[in-house]
Design a protein around this ligand. Structure first.
Ligand code: WQD
Length: 347
């Protein structure tokens, strides 16, 4: 049974990916410093899969702690690296925290992998590396654009670091196999596992659209502010490529299996989305239809840093990884609401 290290594995996408990996028979080690998540997620994963992942309460940005983690699990065969700060807004306010944490964690993990001879990584990247694309849908060969925030810039820099290490490994003629890296560029993950036992758990006031919608519908927030309706889009609101978090988790399993296949070496990048745009009002309408709740909202000014529209060409992931999204917007919004109701029942 292959042992996979999932850093940031108690987080939103990490926990859903841990479930998908366990269900495919992988052994999962979760490393997380619980900065933006809760250890009880592991009990929920156990309830869903019947297996509680081995948990390491480690800040992988801490060099010594990260190296000790790898020494304890020298038989790790691959790493899925999620551990990072991920708030667009917060990164604008605390850029130094974001560059230190997101880049230190990547480099400490790479050092640990090198120390134990682990050469396979799936990296949690982001469509933010495309900035505001000139042509849509975006394809993986499009050049990086200026990221709209330090968070997005840490993802672009991380991709460059990983590519350079792969190139350097490729130049060595020693017996050690070169690093193999898959860069998964997520669009907008929303929704929750069908069990409603895991989902998005934002700290404080949510930055992202979906948790703000569900907290408004639950009466926690008085109303949703829709940031701008004067964009050059069908309904005037910004467009995003929303993807169900479980489809995103499945993409990581497909990527993992591709990493273990003999035919791949070096690095490659994949857009992981549904390949179609929705405006904010589309999401609201879907949510109201699926939840039966009329959502109070008001149109306000644009949010600084927002791009107008982005969605991905997702043909490459289908062709190479054998993966494509299966769940539609209604399933995304319904599952998000069911998760919010589970949180209310638990409160
Ligand atoms: C979506 C839309 C807002 C809140 C996210 C992640 C980022 C990256 C890319 C992975 C925008 C509008 C939002 C609200 C609103 N993913 N909105 N009112 O900014 O696209 O970025 O996807 O790396 O990590 O944050 O997502 O959910 O904040 O916004 O009108 O209260 O909803 O203007 O059009 P965003 P978001």
């Amino acid at each position: 049974m292959k042992k996979i290290l999932v850093t940031g594995g108690t987080g939103y996408i990490g926990s859903h990916t841990a479930v998908a990996l366990l269900e495919k028979g992988y052994q999962v080690i979760v490393a997380d410093n619980l900065y933006n998540s809760d250890e009880r997620v592991l009990d929920a994963i156990a309830q869903i899969t019947g297996v509680r992942p081995l948990f390491e309460n480690v800040d992988v940005a801490d060099e010594a702690a990260c190296m000790q983690l790898f020494r304890r699990h020298a038989d790790i065969e691959a790493v899925i690296h999620f551990a990072a700060y991920k708030s667009v807004n917060e990164s604008v306010v605390k850029p130094l925290d974001y560059y230190r944490n997101n880049l230190d964690s990547l480099m400490r993990v790479l050092r640990g992998m090198e120390a134990v001879g682990c050469h396979k990584m799936v990296f949690s990247s982001s469509c933010t590396v495309y900035g505001q694309p000139e042509t849509l849908p975006v394809t993986e060969d499009m050049p990086y654009q200026d990221a709209s925030c330090p968070y997005g810039n840490t993802k672009r820099i991380a991709e460059e670091i990983l590519k350079d290490i792969v190139r350097a490994d490729g130049m060595k003629n020693d017996a050690h196999p070169s690093l193999k890296v898959l860069l998964l560029r997520y669009f907008n993950p929303i929704g929750a596992h069908a069990s409603a036992l895991i989902g998005e758990l934002p700290n404080g006031v949510p930055n992202n659209l979906m948790p703000f919608i569900t907290q408004t519908a639950a009466g926690i927030r008085p109303r949703l502010s829709v940031f701008g309706s004067d964009y050059d889009t069908p309904d005037g609101t910004p467009q995003r490529d929303y993807i169900h978090v479980c489809d995103l988790a499945d993409a990581h399993v497909c990527a993992m299996e591709y990493l273990f296949s003999d035919g791949f070496s070096g690095w490659d990048a994949f857009n992981i989305g549904c390949g179609r745009p929705y405006g904010v009002l589309d999401v609201i309408r879907s949510f109201e239809k699926m939840s039966g709740v009329k959502l109070p909202y008001e149109i306000v000014g644009r949010r600084p840093g927002d791009i107008e529209k982005i969605w991905g060409n997702v043909e490459k992931a289908k062709r190479v990884l054998g993966w494509q999204a299966k769940r539609d917007l209604d399933e995304m919004t319904l599952s998000a609401w069911q998760w919010q109701r589970h949180l209310q029942e638990k409160a």
